[in-house]
Ligand binder design. Structure first.
Ligand SMILES: [Fe+2]
Length: 156
């Protein structure tokens, strides 16, 4: 009797969705591109794609960090640590073995998708929301000198 090989698990492939948007156009475009690079990972071209991914991650992280620093984002340092932690996790993964197999490519893709989704939906989203609130004009300024303006003049 021939033994059946286990059926390959379906690749863990995540498409970009609108729900991943953090409301900052450039960063959303970059996140989207990261997803497409992760999607491209396959055994035949894994080394080139990993190379591209690492380059793009560096570019993206530095753009994102610059946006945070320039805007005076209070959680910048903590966010920087998240990026550093990612870099060390990916370095550990890549140094963990010298050969690529279908399974290892899937592991990498799974790790990247999970990390990206978790990070974007929690930490990058927090920055997007913070920036949107910061850039919103204060209600006072738009309303002119109403009651708030008077209170402000009396007690400000
Ligand atoms: Fe980030």
């Amino acid at each position: 009797m021939t033994q059946q090989h286990p059926v390959h698990k379906a690749p863990f492939a995540v498409e970009w969705r609108e729900g991943f948007c953090i409301g900052i156009d450039q960063l959303d475009r970059e996140h989207r591109h990261l997803f497409s690079l992760v999607m491209m990972l396959n055994l035949g071209t894994v080394e080139q794609t990993v190379e591209q991914l690492l380059d793009y991650v560096v570019t993206h992280f530095s753009n994102e960090q610059e946006a945070m620093e320039k805007s005076g984002y209070p959680a910048f340092e903590a966010h920087l640590k998240q990026h550093e932690e990612f870099a060390s996790q990916i370095a550990d993964f890549l140094m963990g073995s010298d050969g690529w197999t279908e399974e290892r490519v899937q592991d990498l893709r799974r790790f990247l998708n999970k990390w990206l989704i978790g990070h974007i939906m929690t930490h990058d989203m927090r920055f997007g929301k913070w920036l949107a609130t910061k850039n919103r004009p204060a209600p006072d300024a738009a309303a002119g000198s109403g009651r708030t303006g008077l209170v402000g003049r009396l007690f400000g």
